[in-house]
Design a protein around this ligand. Structure first.
Ligand code: ATR
Length: 288
């Protein structure tokens, strides 16, 4: 929390339902404090029906902007006047910016966060070098597929328990996307440069995903968007197979960086270990 908020302070926040366990206020307020900004970042948790009223109420720029999390990302895109190309491709917005003239800009920094996570935890990874496999076909999977296509992946293979949902994404994103069932994992993993879990399997309390990581090339990078727990059973399996891994917390921090810059007009200050802060909040001292 900023200790020097004045009446001229800038306000941004995060909206979701639930939002109480969001790490975003901790990350953004740490950057605000370190940068000495006259600003604050607050959580909002409207009812599902109240989201549109909340967003509409901020038209005119009473606050600078909002990060948007589940379950509102698709609705956020629909409510905005000016969607970015990234938000349109993802079919969802995780960032709304309120302009003084009443307009709302929708953007999506999750894709940038995903690529930043690879850059920080798998240095040298080249998204253009080999096919990328995405497990799952919900909003997170669609966003990841769009991000890797935009980054120049030669092919994106979407594998889902329910193949029809993968086919819907493939149809909407076009030619370089293949849709397959999870039972095709062994063939799909062959030659893959990265495998990304974008299913909710692996979340604390959910079942683990059973896939043949050993069928990937030794150079394949394995990533899980889930960060509770930080080391999912899927990542543990990948590490046991000797694969490099990328975790969901790196993506969360990666999407926060461009969000902060969009809200406050400056990049997050260097030298703040927001990952350590986030791990502490998650009850972990260091990367497992
Ligand atoms: P999102 O938050 O990304 O929008 P969602 O729409 O709830 O998520 O989708 C969750 C994804 O996790 C789906 O791809 C789902 O598979 P189905 O489409 O077949 O339901 C996948 N998923 C959830 N639990 C799973 C499990 N135990 N095994 C495999 N896939 C699972």
């Amino acid at each position: 929390m900023s200790s020097s908020l004045t009446g001229a302070g800038l306000v941004a926040g995060v909206v979701g339902a639930p939002v109480r366990h969001s790490l975003s206020p901790i990350i953004h307020n740490a950057w605000i404090a370190a940068a000495g900004l006259d600003a604050v970042y607050v959580p909002f948790s409207p009812s599902e029906a109240g989201f549109a009223a909340l967003v509409t109420g901020f038209r005119g720029g009473a606050i600078r902007g909002l990060n948007v999390t589940l379950p509102f990302k698709e609705e956020a895109l629909a409510l905005a006047d000016t969607p970015s190309a990234a938000a349109q491709a993802a079919g969802a917005a995780n960032l709304l910016l309120f302009e003084a003239d009443g307009g709302i800009i929708a953007d999506n920094t999750d894709g940038a966060g995903l690529l930043a996570a690879f850059a920080s935890q798998a240095p040298g990874f080249d998204p253009t070098a080999a096919p990328v496999v995405i497990l799952g076909a919900g909003g997170a999977a669609r966003g990841a597929a769009a991000a890797f296509l935009a980054a120049g992946a030669p092919e994106v293979r979407i594998l889902n328990r329910t193949v029809a949902r993968a086919e819907t994404i493939a149809l909407s994103l076009g030619g370089r996307v293949a849709a397959l069932g999870l039972d095709a994992a062994e063939q799909a993993f062959a030659g893959a440069g990265a495998v990304i879990n974008a299913t909710s399997a692996g979340l604390t309390g959910q079942g683990a995903l059973e896939v043949p990581i050993a069928a990937t090339p030794a150079s394949c990078v394995v990533m899980d968007m889930v960060y509770k727990p930080l080391q999912t059973p899927f990542l543990a399996q990948a590490e046991a197979e000797g694969r490099r891994t990328v975790d969901g917390l790196a993506m969360l921090i990666g999407q926060a960086v461009p969000s902060f810059t969009a809200f406050f007009g400056v990049r997050p200050p260097a030298g703040v270990d927001v990952r350590a802060l986030a791990l502490k909040t998650l009850g972990l001292n260091e990367r497992i």
